[in-house]
Ligand binder design. Structure first.
Ligand code: FAD
Ligand code: NAD
Length: 472
C-alpha cells in the first residue's frame, strides 16, 4: 500500500501546494476530473474571461453610434474563438499533468478519491481500487454545479459551465437558468456573440448578493440586452425536433436550442466519505476548517471551494499559500486572511465589489453613510457618454473608515483596486484621496471623487449623497 508524507486531493489550487519549502517531502496529487489543473484553468475563470473579451468587443461594435462612429457587429466565428481559447488552455493543462506524472518530486494518481478511514483513501484508477495512506492529507476538491431536480430529472439535454464553452456551434437560442455570477457572465458571452438569450431568474433581480443599487442597475441593463424573466422558475422541460421548450412558473414558456443551468455551486464533499475519516462537514456541505485550514481530523487540512466561505480563485490561491506555509512551519501557523475579499462579475456592465454592502453595514450596526459617484460626473465619463455607471462607497461615519466599495461600469474590476488596498492596509481615507496624485483626466477620477464625496458626506450629511458634479 503506497504511503506518502502529503497527499493532496484536487489539482486546482491544491496543485500549487507543492512548493520549494516542501521539497523534501514525498507528495502525491490525486485528480479525478476530466482535466488536470482544476476549475479556474479548464472550465472557470480563465476560459470564461477569454470568451468575455470578444463579447465585450462585439457589444462595443454595436454601441459606438453614440460616439459618432459607424461600426457594426457582423457576426462571430464561434468555432474559431472556442478553438483559439482551448488551443491555449488544453496544452497548459496537459503539460501540468505530465509534469506531475513524470516529475521526480511528486506522484500523480488519476482517479476519484474517497476516505475509508483516518488518513486513508481509496483511489479509483481506471477501475482499480488503490489504497493510499499519508501523514498529512489536504482536501482541495473544489465545488460542482447544483442542478435543480426538475431539470436533472427531465431527460432533456442541458449544460453547465463545465460543458457550455465547448459547444460545437453558437446556439441561435440559449436559455440560461439562474441569476448569479455564471448566469450574468455567460449571458453576456452568448448574447454578445450573437445568440438570443433568455434568462430565467427566481428573484426579482439578478446578482442579489451585491449592493442594492448595483443589483438594480444590473438587472435593468440585463433586461435591455436579454429576454429577462424575473420571479420565475422552470417547472418542466421538453425536447422535440425543433428544440427545447421550458415551461415557467409564471405560465409563460421559452423555446431554446440549448440550456445552461447556473443555479449555484456546492462543495464537492459528496462521494468523499469524509465521515469515515472523522472530518466534520457543515450543513452547506463544506468541510469545516479552523482559521489555519485544519479540519476536525488530525493531519487533515482543507482549502479552496470545498471549505472556504468564498468560492473565488484568488481566495483559493491565498488559502493554498497559507496551508503550504503551515505544513512547512507547524510551529508558526498563519491564519487565513478573509478581510477585504474582492470579487468581480465580468458581464456587461462589469461589476466589482469589496467589503460590506450598505444593507449589510446597517444590519451590522455601523453608523453608515453612503456616497454614489456617477462615472458621468468625470471628464472621462463625458468622453464615454456614460449615463449609467456608478461607484458606491459605504463608510462608517463614527470611525471615518471605508466599509465597502461597489462599482458597476467599464473597468470596474481595475478601478476598484485602490479601494481594496485602502481597506486591506487600513489607510486613512483622506490619505487615499488626497495623499497621492490621480491622473487627470483618467477614469480613476471616479474613485478620487467618490472618496472626496464620502469624506465630505461623513462630515455633514446623514444619508445618501449622489454626485453628478462637474469634472475638476
Ligand atoms: C464558470 C466559472 C467562472 C469562474 N470565474 C471566476 C473568476 O473570474 N474569478 C474568480 O476568482 N473565481 C472564479 N470562479 C471560481 C473559481 O474557479 C474557484 O473558486 C476556484 O477554481 C476553486 O479552486 P479549488 O482549488 O478550490 O477547486 P478546483 O479548481 O475546482 O479544484 C478541485 C479539483 O478537485 C478534483 N476533485 C474533486 N473531488 C475529487 C475527488 N474525490 N478525488 C479526486 N479529485 C477530486 C476536481 O476534479 C478538481 O479538478 C469561477 C468558477 C466557475 C465555475
Ligand atoms: N467572476 C467570478 O469571480 C465568478 C464567476 C463565476 C462563478 N464564480 C463563483 O462560482 C459561484 C457559483 O456561481 P453561480 O452563478 O452558479 O452561483 P451564484 O450563487 O452566484 O448564483 C446562483 C443563482 O441561481 C439562482 N437559483 C438557485 N436555485 C435556483 C433554482 N432552482 N431555479 C432558479 N434559480 C435558482 C439563485 O437565486 C442565484 O441567482 C459564485 O458564487 C462565485 O463564487 C465566480
Amino acid at each position: 500500500m503506497p504511503h506518502h508524507d502529503i497527499v493532496i486531493i484536487g489539482s486546482g489550487s491544491g496543485n500549487s501546494l507543492v512548493t520549494e519549502e516542501l521539497a523534501d517531502r514525498d507528495i502525491a496529487v490525486i485528480e479525478g476530473g476530466p482535466h488536470f489543473g482544476g476549475t479556474c484553468l479548464n472550465v472557470g475563470c480563465i476560459p470564461t474571461k477569454m470568451f468575455v473579451l470578444p463579447a465585450d468587443r462585439a457589444v462595443e461594435a454595436r454601441s459606438n453610434a453614440r460616439l459618432g462612429i459607424d461600426t457594426r457587429f457582423e457576426g462571430a466565428d464561434w468555432p474559431a474563438i472556442r478553438d483559439r481559447i482551448f488551443g491555449r488552455i488544453d496544452p497548459i493543462a496537459a503539460d501540468g499533468e505530465r509534469y506531475r506524472r513524470e516529475g521526480e518530486e511528486t506522484t500523480l494518481y488519476r482517479g476519484h478519491a474517497r476516505f475509508t478511514g483516518p488518513r486513508t483513501l481509496v483511489v479509483d484508477v481506471d477501475g482499480e481500487q488503490v489504497e493510499v495512506t499519508a501523514d498529512t492529507i489536504v482536501v482541495a476538491a473544489g465545488a460542482h454545479a447544483v442542478i435543480p431536480p426538475v431539470i436533472a430529472e427531465s431527460g432533456v439535454r442541458f449544460h453547465t459551465s463545465d460543458t457550455i464553452m465547448r459547444l460545437p456551434d453558437l446556439p441561435a437560442r440559449l436559455l440560461v437558468v439562474g441569476g448569479g455570477f455564471i448566469a450574468a457572465e455567460m449571458s453576456h458571452v452568448f448574447a454578445g456573440l450573437g445568440s438570443e438569450v433568455t434568462v430565467v431568474v427566481r428573484d426579482s433581480r439578478m446578482l442579489t448578493s451585491n449592493e442594492g443599487l448595483v443589483s438594480e442597475l444590473f438587472t435593468e441593463a440585463a433586461a435591455r440586452q436579454w429576454d429577462l424573466r424575473t420571479r420565475a422558475e422552470v417547472t418542466s422541460l421538453r425536447q422535440d425536433e425543433g428544440g427545447i421548450t421550458a415551461m415557467l412558473s409564471d405560465g409563460s414558456q421559452v423555446r431554446a436550442d440549448e440550456v445552461l443551468v447556473a443555479t449555484g455551486r456546492a462543495p464537492s464533499t459528496p462521494g468523499l466519505d469524509c465521515d469515515r475519516a472523522g472530518i466534520e462537514v457543515g450543513d452547506d456541505g463544506s468541510v469545516v476548517v479552523d482559521e489555519f485550514g485544519r479540519t476536525s481530523a488530525e493531519g487533515v487540512w482543507a482549502l479552496g471551494d470545498v471549505s472556504s466561505p468564498y468560492m473565488l480563485k484568488h481566495v483559493a490561491n491565498h488559502e493554498a499559500r497559507v496551508v503550504a506555509h503551515n505544513l512547512a512551519h507547524p510551529e508558526d501557523l498563519l491564519p487565513f486572511d478573509h478581510d477585504a475579499v474582492p470579487a468581480a462579475v465580468f458581464s456587461h456592465p462589469q461589476i466589482a465589489s469589496v467589503g460590506l454592502t450598505s444593507e449589510q453595514a446597517r444590519a451590522a450596526g455601523h453608523d453608515v453613510c453612503t456616497h454614489v459617484q456617477e462615472y458621468g460626473s468625470t471628464a472621462y465619463g463625458w468622453a464615454m457618454e456614460d449615463t449609467s455607471s456608478r461607484c458606491v462607497l459605504v463608510g462608517d461615519r463614527s470611525t471615518s473608515s471605508l466599509l465597502g466599495a461597489h462599482l458597476i461600469g467599464p473597468e470596474a474590476s481595475v478601478l476598484i483596486q485602490p479601494l481594496i488596498q485602502a481597506m486591506a492596509l487600513g489607510t486613512p481615507l483622506v490619505d487615499v484621496a488626497r495623499g497621492q496624485y490621480w491622473i487627470h483626466p483618467a477614469l480613476t477620477e471616479v474613485v478620487e471623487n467618490a472618496l472626496l464625496g464620502l469624506l465630505e458626506h461623513m462630515r455633514v450629511a446623514e444619508t445618501v449623497t449622489e454626485s453628478t458634479g462637474t469634472p475638476g
